[in-house]
Ligand binder design. Structure first.
Ligand code: P6P
Length: 344
């Protein structure tokens, strides 16, 4: 029998295992107000969605009718994966009866989904990309979910959700879930960037890192060089620069969340510039580049279109796209310098 005095439990490990996402949000806000409780509950629901999607992804290869395409195209004109639909429905399901949310705006839905009147209605809107990088799903490579929370402003009688067409400063919370070897949730509510790892044995996201700071410079540049001849000269000049100078390495997974997480942790720059086919770029502002921009800036990095701060952009439509230069401050500034030198 071991005497109580001989049992040494590192307080840190116990305390950390008890620092769940909902508790961390309340600690961040240093408040138990109704708003703080709502935001904490919203983050818990997002975590639940992440667990459900992570579980489905881990079993996808062994189940019928989980992988592959639905045969339909979404509002973006992209072929829809079965996993896109599943994940989109998961977020709706975890929030439908929560009483926290009034609308969900998703990459997969042309118009926002309004919580039905027979359900409790909340004051927040969830903007999300349910599965980012779904081309990776069928080959078991990393994918992610991206989310942002905004408070409904005014009445949305016409169902056009025009109050969502505001700049990124209206985001109350933002982040992503990376479904990789581990499932990691990274979020900010404007007080730093924090990461949580899903502990499958607990079924909880447990605090891993607080106040993550992106290095001012990193060796990684992350871009689809297959678009090289579709870019402006300035971007081609930047790529020629990193090809010719020591100390740069290319990393590109085809899934924004995985590429951005590498850059958040190790530094560098992610680029999705405009092309001749898509002058505004491919990534969507409200549920891709604005949430990631919030994370980048809160971690001490930078997020621009090459000429404009992404968080300053006021969209004209919900699915508006923006070019994106995201990452370490010095690396983003270097890309911007090539663009500004050419006056593009
Ligand atoms: P491309 C995935 O479809 C996505 O929206 C981002 O996750 C990713 O960074 C980008 O598109 C990849 O696009 O044209 O390089 O395949």
């Amino acid at each position: 029998m071991i005497a109580q005095s001989e049992i040494i439990i590192p307080e840190y490990s116990l305390d950390r295992d008890c620092t769940t996402l909902s508790r961390h949000v309340l600690q961040q806000l240093n408040s138990f107000s109704a708003d703080a409780q709502d935001l904490s509950a919203i983050m818990s629901r997002i975590a639940l969605a992440g667990k459900l999607i992570s579980r489905r992804l881990s079993r996808a290869g062994l189940m019928e009718d989980v992988l592959g395409f639905t045969g339909d195209s979404n509002i973006q004109g992209e072929s829809v994966k079965k996993m896109d639909i599943y994940a989109n429905e998961v977020f709706i399901s975890v929030f439908k009866q929560s009483g926290l949310i009034c609308r969900l705006a998703s990459e997969e839905m042309e118009k926002p989904y309004y919580i039905p009147e027979n359900c409790p209605i909340g004051r927040y809107t969830l903007l999300y990309d349910p599965i980012d990088g779904s081309s990776n799903v069928d080959i078991n490579l990393n994918v992610g979910s991206i989310f942002a929370i905004r408070q409904q402003e005014g009445e949305d009688f016409d169902g056009k959700a025009t109050d969502l067409l505001q700049d990124g400063s209206k985001q109350i919370a933002a982040g992503y879930i990376l479904y990789g070897p581990a499932t990691v949730l990274v979020y900010t509510i404007g007080q730093g960037v924090h990461s949580f790892f899903l502990d499958p044995s607990l079924g909880e996201f447990i605090l891993a890192q607080e106040n993550i700071k992106i290095p001012d410079h990193g060796s990684v540049y992350s871009v689809n060089e297959g678009n090289f001849w579709q870019w402006n000269d300035s971007l081609r000049d930047y790529i020629r620069y990193v090809h010719r100078h020591e100390g740069y390495t290319g990393r590109y997974s085809g899934a924004l969340v995985g590429d951005i997480h590498r850059i958040l942790m190790q530094g560098g720059v992610f680029l999705y510039p405009g092309t001749t086919d898509q002058p505004e770029g491919k990534l969507r502002l409200l549920y891709e580049t604005a949430p990631i921009a919030f994370i980048m800036e809160q971690a001490g990095g930078k997020a621009s279109t090459g000429t404009t701060r992404i968080l300053d952009i006021v969209p004209e439509k919900i699915h508006q796209r923006t070019p994106a230069i995201l990452g370490s401050k010095k690396d983003v500034q270097l890309v911007e310098s090539f663009i500004q030198d050419k006056g593009e």
